[in-house]
Design a protein around this ligand. Structure first.
Ligand SMILES: [Zn+2]
Length: 150
């Protein structure tokens, strides 16, 4: 299961609307425990695929390392990635699967139709190696921000 707060969930979806008709992408920082990826923050990443930014995404390794380091300073790990599918369903593509290497991470996809974010789905990359990896549908739980902290 993927858990995130309302603010982060909205930020991911808004990012896809902003970059439409191109894909957006980013990294989810948080903590992993008991089969739940708890997202604390979503970090935007530049889409480095200039050849066809509308249907492929890629995060530069240097950028990923930088985001990972920033996360560690806050005690957070990379627990997932997100990107958008402009005018395409929120389902993973063959390319998405081929380029997914972070076992145990959540891959979040938001369908953006005519500039408006529609369905957001999450897929957990399961398996123990590159050979037996698989995407599994994953539930998303969106929690309201801590309104009652006292
Ligand atoms: Zn995709």
């Amino acid at each position: 299961m993927l858990k995130l707060n309302e603010q982060t969930y909205d930020a991911i979806r808004r990012h896809g609307e902003e970059t439409y008709p191109h894909e957006c992408c980013g990294v989810l920082l948080g903590r992993s425990a008991d089969g739940v990826n708890n997202v604390e923050d979503a970090v935007r990443a530049g889409n480095t695929r200039t050849d066809s930014a509308h249907n492929r995404y890629h995060i530069a390794p240097q950028e990923l390392v930088k985001i990972q380091r920033l996360g560690r300073e806050r005690g957070l790990d990379i627990v997932g990635f997100y990107h958008s599918h402009p005018d395409h369903p929120a389902q993973w593509s063959k390319t998405d699967f081929a380029e997914a290497h972070w076992l145990g991470c959540s891959y979040v996809i938001t369908a953006v139709e005519n500039g408006a974010a529609k369905i957001t789905n999450s897929f957990l990359l399961t398996g123990t190696t590159e050979e037996d990896k698989a995407f599994e549908d994953e539930a998303i739980e969106v929690a309201a921000l801590e309104a009652e902290r006292c």
